[in-house]
Each structure stands twice: as structure tokens, then as C-alpha cells.
Design a protein around this ligand. Sequence first.
Ligand code: NDP
Length: 386
Amino acid sequence: MTGFRIDRRSLLAAAGGLPLIASAAGAAIPKAEGQPLAGKFNLPDPPKERMRWAVVGLGSFAVGQMMPGFIAASHARMTAFVSGSPDKARDLGTRYGVSKFYDYITFDRIADDKEIDAVYIALPVALHAEYTIRALKAGKHVLCEKPMASTVAECEAMIAAAKTANRQLGIAYRVHFEPNNMDAIKRLRAGEIGDLRYFSGEAGFVANPDYPPHKWRLQKTLAGGGSMYDIGIYALNAALWTVDETPVSVSAVYSTPANDPRFKEVEGGVEWRLRFPSGISAQGASSYCWTYATRQRFFGAQGSISMDPASDYNQINMTMQHADLTPVTLRAGNPAVQFSAQIDAFCVAAAANQPHQTPGEMGLRDIRIIQAIYKSADANGQIVTL
Ligand code: NDP
């Protein structure tokens, strides 16, 4: 098998440069910042020594999705748990053969632990920056959950810490490793629906203030923002991945139900629209007030692709249709592999000290645009130039 290859043009983009590409009309369009880096999934054979991981924050997503992903991965092995709940950590340690435990106070001692190469951070958003930076200072690579952090300044500090430590920082945009989403992008790039003209994406669920994983999501000091931070970010990230241009402006309006006591600190819903230099527009909506839904549609000059759900853990439905309006069902693989695929890709990149496919720069870009979405919504939909 060949090694994991990094696309050099995209590397430049992640490094902060903005290489220019030619649009269909011939004009120079600034390529999107923070775009996914690698174009190849030819991972090398599993090494004898797998990358050794500490998992930080043993909550619903880490336990329910990522730990099975670590077990299914070929290049990774969990060696330590970091938790404020020692009993839970020990129980999980028994289940997964992990025998090293740290808490949030002893965390910095991982610097001396030779059995930890990388750290996966699955804490509430407001804690991402602190634990990412502490892990990088301890000399470990970091895969941090989305959204990257509460503020642009925190994202920048995380990227700077990775550079100083000469370690890799990836943001866990798992959908970039999901076979059907990858297939949709491949078909778009291959022109199967003609030139892309418009993207729309909606994502939401009903936030329950009595359910602990939702409780912190409704507190700005822990969540950073509301539905757009947590679930709306999928459609935003998909729009940027798809269109692959730097947007010029954004407008947005809130759609939070009036007088809903859940939404004193963060928005319950927001609808946004991005405009791109080539004339393509993308729009999306996120909500904490809808029944669970994740949907994406791509409209081209000669056809369209619909995904519903688009970013689920286990189920993705995808159809493509052309002028005869007959939907063709597309199935590119089992969505459940996205967790192990993401972990393996990170391991291979970090082992070569190469950037992860979804790097810190991508997380920063998305937080920057979400902040502009909020700015526009705060001003009742005024267009904000990016
Ligand atoms: P949970 O509330 O279930 O888990 C968070 C864990 O963080 C807790 O269980 C706890 O673990 C630890 N923690 C430390 N300090 C606090 C605190 N002050 N309040 C609450 N928890 C604390 O949340 P999720 O698992 O749903 O989300 C965790 C992260 O994963 C978030 O960044 C979220 O955005 C991301 N996520 C990503 C998804 C994806 O598809 N990529 C899907 C869902 C979430 P302990 O008891 O071990 O200390």
C-alpha cells in the first residue's frame, strides 16, 4: 500500500495562505481557508506500535461513539482516561483494558507518561482550548472535538500552541471520513450534477435542559454558543467543503421561539446565508427546537444530490436526480466507519508529523464565520462582510 499523501496546495491553505484557483468563468476565486488537506485514504498497513491515546472527558459521545471507534481503529490504542468521575473511569478502564487514570488537576502529568502519544478531547466546548493547550505543552498531539473553541482568540491560541510544541492539532470533523459524504463530494467534483449553484443544509434536535449533555449546551459559559455552535456547524462546514471558495459575506436571522425559558443564554435557532465570489450561495439552519434532523442538498446545473440524514452516526440516505426527476439511491459504505477512519487518519498524519485532514485552521475558520453569523443575526439580518 502507498503512504498517506498530503495535497500541497491545500497544505498552503491550512498554513494561512490563500492560493488562487480559476473559476469556471476564468476569474480568480480565493480558495477556501482551512479546507480538508488530504485527498487519499490509502492508509499504510497498521504499524506494530499503534499510536497511544488518552481520552479526556468520558461523556456520552466519547463513550458511545469514539471509544468503539478507537477499538475498531487499526493505528490507535487507548492507554489512559482523564475524567472527573473516577468510578466511571475505572469501569470503562476494565471494559477497554485501560489502566492509567488522570483527573483534571493531575492532567499535566501526562507530560511524563511515555505511554501517551496523543490526546482526544471530548469536553464541553469552553474547556477545549485549556485542555488542548495543556496537552500540547505536555508534548502530545491533539484531536479536539468540534466546535473548536468558544472564541476566535482561543482557536488562534490553540493553533499557536501546536506550532510552538511542534505537534499536530486536528478538529474532529468526523463527517470528512464518512464514506457517503466523501462520495457526494467526489461526485460533485466529477461534475455528475454539473456546476454547483446552491447548497442548503439543516440540522437540529430538541434540547432537553434536564439531560446533562444538553444542560451545558444551554449555558453560554460552557457551550460558547447555541445550536449553530453545536449542530449547525455541520451544514456550515459541508457548505465550505463543497463550494471550496472563501465566502465574501454572510447574513442571518435568529429563529428562537419567543419566551422559551431554555434559551436565556444561547440561541435556540438561527438561519444563515453565505455568498461566495463565484455567485454560488449556501444557506442553512440549525435549531434546538426541531425533532432530530440532519439534511443537505446540493443543486447543480444538471442535477441534484440530497442527503437525509446527512451527518448521522449510523445512517446516511443519499439520492441523486437529473432532469427526468427519477431519484437514484446512492450507497457508498457504512457510515459507522467514520469514527475509526477519522482516528486512523489522524494517527497516520501525526506519526509523520503532518497536518490532519481537518486541521485547527478549519476549526478557526468555522468559528470565525459563526461569529459573523451571530453578528448579522444580532443586527436583524444585516449583511456582514467577511
Ligand atoms: P457530555 O456532557 O456527555 O460529556 C462531556 C464530559 O465532559 C462529561 O461527561 C465530563 O466527563 C466532562 N466534563 C468536564 N467538566 C465538565 C463540566 N463542567 N460540565 C459537563 N461535563 C464536564 O457531552 P457530549 O459527549 O455530548 O459532548 C462532548 C464534546 O463532544 C463536545 O465538544 C461536543 O461538541 C462534542 N460532540 C461531538 C459530536 C460529533 O459528532 N463529533 C457529537 C456529540 C458531541 P467526566 O465525567 O469523565 O469528567
